[in-house]
Write a protein that binds this ligand. Structure first.
Ligand SMILES: Nc1ncnc2c1ncn2[C@@H]1O[C@H](COP(=O)(O)OP(=O)(O)OP(=O)(O)O)[C@@H](O)[C@H]1O
Ligand SMILES: [Mg+2]
Length: 453
């Protein structure tokens, strides 16, 4: 971001004075004495902060403010006025001005307010850029990935979603199996129908039968009313059988029969009920192994595994880590209403190096926690759990911020040289051993990092 300032003041001396001060701060300044010119500049050029006088002939400060909000909503407007009244201040703030400074002002006050406004603009622009990047990689149903294998799975999912064929989704815990199941449902012709998920590992055999098949009134003591099972309930839609390999073998037989006959017999019932269900199943176990050791029936396996989506663990698609981290950062920052937009380089390095046994869910939890803990705009090493802070014998928390990057070091040195030569860029370039254009580029890069640092 090239910090661009537009200064508007009909009083020439005041205008040139402020322009000079702001240029010395390193901003790209455009100055004009006319409100009308300011408006046409706003139509053609991007600015980050507009500093405007309030009372001017013709197009006045309020008009500039309104036009600026309309044409460049990302920019902030600051009023500087010699006719400060409580009423005009209230009006200005009501129309979205960032700040209101009364003349005569102290220069450091103006500097500070401009820096704050720029910081706000920078955060907002950074947030927008982040959002665009994540959006670029986000599928319509919220699956974020840039991984080739994942893209292949998504293509496959898109292809088979409209059919009614069963899909077995396998992958380690937290890789996104349920996300894929919902995706298949939403992309199918059954999208308007119910989506029902059940965790087969969470019920005893009898309870699971009761859940899946339902029961007739009076089927057993306590069965006071008829209860439809989830298979019936999801008729016309999708039934997602999570942890399907955890089902007792006798249940597996019953389930297979239901799937083949497309009808379900409620517990205690005599007449089967027709049902039209598309079944998706998932497991984080090795299915072949489960079939081999007899805990998962081969016939059910064949029935469910018409198509297999095998989701790779996060550690095998490390390129997704920064992208997902940003995705979750946007999600939790907005949910918690916190202005956190960054993840420090050290944190990212730690995440890239971490094996993520809990996969995407674990990453999501880390970012949620980090966002909650962050105090400024950045998630830092201190906001990670202790176990992550000290990995491989290196205490990243002690290093962070203390050892600058090469680029930071270079900028510090450039500032020092510039100080020595009172801002004379030709002299500075000579001392640094580079030409003026290179120096200018480096200074520009610094400005684009924001004025806060
Ligand atoms: N590619 C992705 N893009 C965005 N969010 C994801 C992605 N993969 C997983 N998530 C999120 O991570 C969390 C865990 O995903 P999900 O519940 O689908 O995993 P799972 O494989 O079903 O896990 P488990 O085996 O523990 O049931 C969810 O909040 C999900 O939204
Ligand atoms: Mg799951």
């Amino acid at each position: 971001m090239d910090a661009g300032l537009l200064i508007v003041d009909d009083e020439e001396i005041a205008l040139r004075n402020l322009q000079h001060v702001m240029e010395r701060e390193g901003y790209q300044v455009t100055a004009t004495q006319s409100g009308a010119t300011a408006v046409s500049l706003l139509e053609s050029q991007r600015f980050d902060v507009v500093l405007t006088d309030l009372r001017m002939e013709g197009v006045d400060g309020m008009d500039v403010l309104k036009k600026s909000r309309e044409l460049q909503p990302a920019a902030e407007v600051i009023f500087i006025t010699g006719y400060a009244t409580a009423e005009s201040a209230v009006q200005a703030l009501k129309h979205g001005a960032f700040y209101y400074i009364a003349k005569p002002f102290r220069l450091d006050e103006v500097r500070k307010v401009v820096a704050e406004a720029l910081e706000k603009v920078r955060l907002r622009r950074e947030n927008d850029a982040l959002r665009r990047e994540v959006e670029h990689y986000r599928d319509g149903e919220g699956i974020v990935t840039q991984d080739v294998e994942m893209q292949r799975l998504l293509d496959m999912a898109r292809q088979i979603a409209p059919t009614d064929c069963s899909v077995l989704i396998t992958g380690e815990s937290g890789t996104g199996k349920e996300l894929f199941a919902k995706y298949l449902h939403k992309q199918s012709a059954r999208a308007e129908g119910p989506y029902v998920a059940i965790n087969c590992g969470a019920f005893s055999e009898q309870l699971l039968a009761n859940e899946l098949f339902g029961h007739e009134k009076g089927a057993f003591t306590g069965a006071n009313t008829l209860k439809k099972g989830l298979i019936e309930v999801s008729s016309g839609g999708t039934l997602f059988l999570d942890e399907v390999t955890e089902m007792a073998p006798s249940m597996q037989v019953k389930l297979l029969r239901v799937l083949q006959e497309e009808e379900v017999l409620r517990v205690g019932g005599t007449r089967p009920v027709k049902c039209d269900v598309r079944v998706l199943a998932a497991t984080n176990r090795d299915v072949d192994e489960a079939v081999k050791d007899g805990s998962f029936r081969e016939d059910l396996y064949f029935r469910l595994n018409v198509v297999n989506l095998r989701i790779p663990p996060l550690a095998r698609r490390k390129g997704d880590i920064p992208l997902l981290a940003q995705h979750f950062l946007l999600k939790y920052a907005s949910r918690m209403k916190k202005p956190v937009t960054r993840i420090s380089g050290e944190v990212m390095a730690l995440l890239m190096d971490y094996p993520f046994p809990g996969n995407v869910r674990e990453l999501e939890n880390l970012i949620e926690r980090g966002t909650a803990m962050a105090q400024g705009d950045t998630i830092e090493v201190a906001h990670l759990p202790e176990t992550l802070q000290k990995r491989g014998g290196v205490d990243f928390r002690r290093i962070e911020g203390r050892l600058p990057t090469l680029e930071e070091q270079e900028q510090t040195y450039i500032s020092r040289v510039l100080d020595e030569v009172q801002g004379n860029q030709t002299a500075a370039a000579q001392i640094l051993g580079i030409n003026r254009a290179s120096l200018w580029r480096k200074l520009k890069a610094r400005r684009s990092e924001g004025s806060s640092k």
